[in-house]
Design a binder for this molecule. Structure first.
Ligand SMILES: [Zn+2]
Length: 259
């Protein structure tokens, strides 16, 4: 099966749960209840390096979520990710421990982890609800905060989903301690666009100025795409940039959209 087919299968399985239980809004999606109905108990507990772990024994399972995780949205994503493994990967392993990195994994990094993430994204932010919610909106901090609150997810998850589902060409860049950590972009520009991970954030970007302590939160500006990307489509020389500082973590999300 191609990645596209596997993605459609994983997302389709999550969408099936919404139909099966008749959910209409994210508040109605109580993950612990869904898990229980599927034969899985969810509990919090100590875990060394993982965000969550799934143990399977025949048709019963236990999801343990790391009790050190503070953010409600991150816990929800971890549970949804493990439910993805539960639904999709019975034949792969009876015990899976998933790290913070696994919750971000792409298909080429790990097929099962990417599938669990596709499942989790669709379960928490169903395409049918998310597309209308983002239509006509720029990915600025207000919009991303609103989406995170409405869908009960982290701002990171809300912003990545925005990039995945928006009609415009849009780029998400996670920056930490003045450096580019990881990025995602709209499907249409996946080939023509490249950003070098690990490099220093340019001081001519909003994110760069934020790290220098020069600007307040939540601004938007026009930026030269060459400040961010080593490769980008010709028409995208100038782009818009907004930043979303992630509290006291020292990390900043830069959202860049091509016009
Ligand atoms: Zn996993």
């Amino acid at each position: 099966m191609s990645p596209e087919v596997r993605r459609a299968f994983a997302a389709g399985d999550a969408a099936k749960l919404w139909r099966q239980y008749g959910f209409r809004s994210p508040e109605e999606l109580v993950l612990e209840d869904v898990a229980w109905a599927l034969g899985v108990a969810v509990m919090e507990g100590p875990l060394d390096s993982a965000d969550a772990r799934l143990v399977r024994r025949a048709d019963r399972g236990i999801i343990r979520v790391n009790r050190e995780i503070r953010q409600h949205g991150r816990k929800r994503f971890a549970i949804a990710h493990e439910l993805g493994h539960w639904r999709l990967h019975a034949a792969i392993s009876q015990l899976l421990a998933c790290t913070k990195e696994d919750m971000l994994a792409r298909y080429k990094e790990s097929e099962p982890e990417a599938e669990a993430n596709w499942f989790a994204a669709e379960l928490l932010m169903p395409e049918d609800l998310y597309r209308p919610a983002i239509a006509g909106n720029a990915p600025n901090p207000d919009v991303i905060n609103g989406l995170a609150n409405r869908f009960l997810v982290t701002r990171t998850a809300a912003a990545v989903r925005f990039v995945e589902l928006c009609k415009e060409h849009c780029v998400f860049v996670m920056c930490e301690k003045g450096r580019i950590k990881w990025w995602r972009c709209s499907k249409d520009i996946e080939g023509p666009l490249w950003i070098d991970g690990g490099t220093a954030v340019s001081p001519r970007t909003l994110a760069g100025r934020f790290f220098e302590g020069k600007i307040p939160e939540a601004e938007t500006q026009c930026v030269g795409m060459c400040e961010w990307a080593s490769k980008f489509p010709d028409y995208a020389e100038d782009a818009m940039e907004a930043i979303i500082p992630l509290g006291n973590t020292g990390a900043v999300i830069a959202m860049i959209w091509l016009e």
